[in-house]
Design a protein. Structure first.
Lengths: 235, 235
């Protein structure tokens, strides 16, 4: 049986072996949910950046630029970090440069993996099917919040570990714990996650629609992967 | 209402404010369970050491020395890290110097706290009562396993957060997650934790009695605290 393990924070990723693994990066509120929404709605490719400045420079090269810090659109950026901004397909065909507080850093720190996938509830089942068609073990890399464990990324890890249970053994204590927690609270994701510290932060920003989107299962039959040039594209 | 938060690994403790908090250090398998067992059975005081060598030097000063690495008694040490070795009271009145793979490091990294307590299932309710008599917020510092999240320390964190719910709000996502998980699996701690990676490691060492002891609730009406000189003593 293949294996699935969970890392709860980019600050702990150095404890894990990434080589020969599929790493699924997840930042439910909102980076990876937004990435999946953008690609599903026609954005051609996404190039992630750890910092605002190098992201901003991509505007001159014709990129749409999306940037967020602490939940707010960064000054001078066209797009923030809202998945619903992509749903009308207005940005179809564009290349997007993107930087966020937690999610893009987690992608950067996953570079040694054999494959990097972008995870969201919106494409959970498609990601499961893709992983099951591959041979590698899986590591779920939760972006967390400024290094801290967070509830929404961890529950996604539990959902993915649960959905993979026919083929992948929960290998470490993180996967075991989150699979058990998801089995208990997965039927009321929104109710449970309304307690989460980051959901509260987002509620203060008045983006209820974003939260609803980020917690919706299987909106898209789509897998998003980091290609050899570092672009996030449809598989 | 006061607050309770959880740190899952000494590798993440720098993300937390410790000042003005009660930090409860927990290493269920087996350091803090052993410390509580030792003090409950008459050991006068315990001085924790991060390394084997400085611990070993304490033997010349009349200390009983206990040392473990990777679950095994360290060479030349009188005691390993087994709580049941203290249950007959044979070491009553002695001072113990002790070093373990994870637990003693977590104590060392908690030094900025206003108070440091030593947590175990064996003295859970006594620790709850003591905390409720104090004014500070609480941080539960899980020793983990070589930096990784582990199931047994995290479930203890959930048990403590649950037992404190009348007085302390689950402040961060770690406390919320583990409280919810404990509510689900707390009635069968041993069954659930038999999946845990470290429990499996310990089973390989043939120490079933230790595991039973470490997962038993409220054997002692005793609070263990680090005093101003760095010794672990009965409150």
């Amino acid at each position: 049986m293949r294996k699935v393990e969970v890392c709860f924070s980019p600050e702990l990723i150095q404890l894990h072996e990434l080589e020969d693994k599929i790493v699924v990066v997840v930042d439910i509120f909102r980076a990876t949910s937004t990435m999946v929404a953008a690609v599903a709605n026609g954005v051609k490719e996404i190039l992630p950046f750890p910092d605002l400045e190098s992201c901003r420079e991509m505007q001159q090269k014709g990129f749409l630029i999306g940037g967020e810090r602490n939940g707010l659109t960064a000054p001078g950026f066209e797009m923030g970090n809202s998945p619903v901004a992509y749903l009308k397909g207005e940005h179809a065909g564009r290349s997007l440069a993107m930087t966020t507080t937690n999610g893009t850093q987690a992608i950067e720190k996953s570079k040694q993996a054999s494959q990097i996938l972008i995870g969201a509830f919106a494409n959970l089942q498609a990601t499961v099917s893709y992983i099951q068609s591959q041979t590698e073990d899986v590591l779920i890399h939760c972006a967390g919040w400024k290094g801290h464990f967070n509830l929404e990324d961890s529950i996604y890890a539990g959902a993915l570990a649960k959905a993979l249970e026919a083929t992948h053994l929960a290998e470490d204590d993180g996967a075991i714990a989150m699979k058990a927690l998801f089995e208990t609270v997965g039927h009321d994701l929104k109710g449970f996650l309304s307690q989460a510290s980051h959901a509260k932060r987002l509620q203060n920003h008045g983006i209820e629609h974003d939260i609803d989107f980020c917690l919706s299962y299987d909106l898209y039959d789509l897998v998003v992967k980091v290609n050899a040039e570092g672009f996030l594209v449809k598989v």
